[in-house]
Design a protein around this ligand. Sequence first.
Ligand code: HEC
Ligand code: HEC
Ligand code: HEC
Length: 312
Amino acid sequence: MKRTIKLLAAGSLLAASALYGASTAACVGCHGANFEKKAMGKSKVVKDMSKADIIAALKGYKAGTYGGAMKGIMAGQAKSLSDADIAAIADSIKGGAAAAVPAAAAPKVIDINAKVADPNRIAKEDLGNKKEVDETVLGLRKTSLFSEDNVEPAKVKEDRPAPGAAPRFERAYVNAPPMIPHSVEGLLPITKDNNQCLSCHMPDVAKGVGATPIPPSHFIDYRPTTVYKNGELVKEGKVVGLKGDIGNVGDIKLAKKKKLNHLYAGRYNCSQCHAPQANVKTAVANTFKPDGLTGEFKTKSNLVNMIDDGVK
Ligand code: HEC
Ligand code: HEC
Ligand code: HEC
């Protein structure tokens, strides 16, 4: 298994360094597929700028020496671009290569259970009725479990459309974190200094770029206030551990919700819960059918209103 993981990691590093900077996939949500829009109503129409001006602007955003009121957004975009990346981007904007990105189609929600009965998936095998079972049939890969010399990781096709052109996926269950429907090329990994998800999904900008706003639940701290005082662990003002009687965290039925005027730090690493999607042939079909996923719930969440349901 170790070998497979290493292979995958090396593969994605290669892809990232080859493709990352020079791609305009991350730009189209704001600037339009052909850089024909005023991003967020504020920028110049970039396709009408000269190549030299585009290069100067991008270098300036990176250095902090160029821009208007919203230059912070572009600083985040330009930060990781090398001079060569910037030149390649300017080339592709003026040469029209960016037009390869399809224009937004009418939004359609993808039914994630549509193909559960795909016959290409491994059929259920009744191993219990066999006299002898050799180890090559035990794993899902149907190869020896003792040697991985000829094992290749499943082929993954990273072909999601750019932000702004991706049909959303139906939610997997009521209030599931929605899957990321668009390409994440150039957007991951999220780091302390670079979280581009915020530049499109924060509620004040989301509408302008056609993205789903980050919901109110992500601006609330639901965790109990926890302090360590005089050798005791105190949660929500109640001693729950260490010195004296060992209490029980379960005694805290419901922590007070703390509404914040900023994103809760526990939500910063978006891709911890929201997963990018790729086209992979899965060995086993997922036949999970959620309860109550009807109407609005297929495309919207309302966790903030129902998180206390059933709690006394
Ligand atoms: C989240 C939305 C967003 C994304 C994504 C984005 N931009 Fe921008 N861009 C803006 C905004 C807003 C401005 C105007 C900023 C300012 O006030 O200076 C701008 C300005 C620019 C300018 C200078 C235009 C001017 O008004 O002087 C260029 C060139 C540019 N962007 C290129 C890009 C490229 C290339 C990418 C992708 C690598 C990209 N942008 C991604 C929002 C975005
Ligand atoms: C350039 C703007 C932009 C950036 C950057 C961006 N998104 Fe999006 N996102 C969108 C748009 C627009 C949509 C709506 C689907 C579409 O039109 O492609 C969307 C849809 C989504 C959805 C689906 C919401 C739903 O209602 O089903 C999730 C989840 C998501 N994005 C997460 C992320 C995460 C996580 C990141 C950072 C890794 C990110 N996005 C970066 C623009 C952006
Ligand atoms: C700890 C897990 C977690 C993290 C981290 C997280 N989310 Fe979510 N997200 C959820 C869950 C669960 C839901 C659905 C229930 C809800 O609304 O809270 C959701 C819902 C959403 C929705 C759909 C809102 C709607 O109205 O339907 C968007 C958009 C979104 N998240 C964006 C983000 C972005 C962007 C980040 C990073 C800044 C992020 N999330 C970080 C778990 C997470």
